[in-house]
Ligand binder design. Structure first.
Ligand code: NAP
Length: 378
């Protein structure tokens, strides 16, 4: 069954990810009569553009949730982790599959954590809730998956340059307001972030563990990468940084492969992969940027080069490679990844699946999520 024959609910439809999900569903040909937009009581009475049409925003309360989830074949959750924990089990119970953008279920061993280009095969007929990974992890693994498949990956050193919109719509407004205030010589008053975000760069705003010195975003990169690649031994050294960019994250990556490889082999693997576009013009000094990546599906990859600290073997091969990527974290890092998961779920051949509401599930497996991560942040 094609996704455009399904009814899709979006929880958090007024937010950065929810709005993008609606835009992508519209691009995919889903009619406005097949979309249900839900948000908090703050959005009561609002409408949202959906292509040439408008959709009414329903308040997510137990009554409207009941009705919405009974109609919906698939529900995309794009609100906070607590909302997903509270309402995803209800969605399943009412017969809707759930795709979750929050951190609520990512480390729950019963819930597949999926990037379609990497491990889409996990979407079997038993998947009722599917988690979409953290945005930085999605962009990193889409870029590295072709190298992992061909050569194996032993270790990764990654530094992120993360756009403010990773913290949601209010953060975009904060950057615009602060930029205006700074240029006008007015005092800056940080609200979303602890540090001024205009004309500034700072360590990621998630909490730092006193024990490890890692912030939550860095820990997610480690935990989610190991889970998605099913490789608990892979060594990952992340540093996550917020930069004054409105949209699209960038990452500087050094990856150690399991075997020495020639540069043309690395380039061929990246250039022929799904979901990646190589922009690597040394003569023009033209490489991926957040502006080039904004609003597009592909992760942009460039600055592909051998690690000068690693050296070559006698046959011109190297095990450590450096690259730079930029990717739209609202789109491929969240909304698009969720819609791609929904498209795969819609196709899973299961009589109870999307489009056949008469054969809805009557019980939920996920009443008490077995969550390994206690973080409620994204
Ligand atoms: P956002 O712009 O702040 O939007 C949050 C959305 O959640 C709004 O629609 C809000 O509705 C809704 N919401 C909040 N509390 C609710 C409640 N109790 N019941 C129903 N709806 C509620 O945030 P976002 O950036 O889109 O993030 C959404 C989710 O995606 C988060 O879990 C985030 O961690 C994850 N994510 C975000 C990104 C990113 O780049 N932004 C990337 C990957 C994953 P109101 O407008 O009514 O308040």
């Amino acid at each position: 069954m094609a996704l455009k024959s399904c009814t899709v609910a979006v929880v958090g439809a007024t937010g950065a990810v929810g709005r993008e999900a609606l835009a992508i569903l519209n691009e995919r040909g889903l009619g406005s009569d097949r979309v249900i937009a839900l948000a908090s009581a703050r959005s009561a009475g609002r409408t949202l553009h959906y292509g040439a049409n408008e959709v009414e925003v329903l308040v997510l309360d137990p009554r409207s949730a009941d009705r919405a989830f009974q109609r919906a074949d698939i529900t995309i959750f794009a609100a906070d982790a607590d909302t997903s924990r509270a309402f995803a089990p209800i969605a399943i119970e009412r017969g809707s599959l759930a795709v979750d953008n929050s951190s609520a279920f990512r480390m729950d061993s019963r819930v597949p954590l999926v990037i379609p280009e990497v491990n889409g095969e996990l979407l079997c007929k038993d998947a009722e809730v599917v988690a979409s990974p953290n945005c930085s992890t999605i962009l990193l693994l889409v870029a590295l998956e072709p190298l992992r498949r061909r050569f194996g990956v032993r270790s990764i050193v990654v530094s992120t340059y993360q756009a403010v919109s990773g913290a949601g719509l209010p953060a975009i407004q904060e950057l615009r307001t602060q930029a205006g205030d700074a240029l006008a010589g007015r005092q800056i008053a940080p609200r979303v972030f602890g540090e001024p975000c205009a004309f500034n760069v700072f360590s990621h705003d998630s909490a730092i563990s006193p024990a490890t010195g890692l912030n939550v975003e860095e820990q997610k990169l480690i935990d989610e990468t190991r889970r998605i690649w099913n490789d608990s031994r892979i060594a990952i050294t992340p540093t996550c940084i917020r930069v004054p960019v409105e949209r699209a994250h960038s990452e500087s990556v050094a990856v150690e492969l399991n075997e020495p490889v020639r540069e043309d082999e690395v380039r061929l693997a990246l250039a022929s992969a799904t979901g990646i576009r190589v922009i690597d013009d040394r003569a023009r000094n033209a490489f991926p940027t957040p502006l080039k990546a904004s609003g597009i599906d592909d992760v942009l990859v460039g600055r592909i080069r051998p690690d000068p600290g690693a050296g070559f073997d006698g046959r011109g091969r190297c095990t450590r490679w450096c690259l730079w990527l930029s990717g739209d974290q609202i789109r491929k890092g969240a909304a698009l990844n969720a819609v791609q998961i929904a498209e795969l779920l819609a196709r899973v051949p299961d009589a109870r699946r999307a489009g056949e509401p008469s054969q809805r599930r009557t019980s939920a497996r996920l009443r008490t999520p077995r969550t390994q991560s206690s973080s409620a942040a994204s």
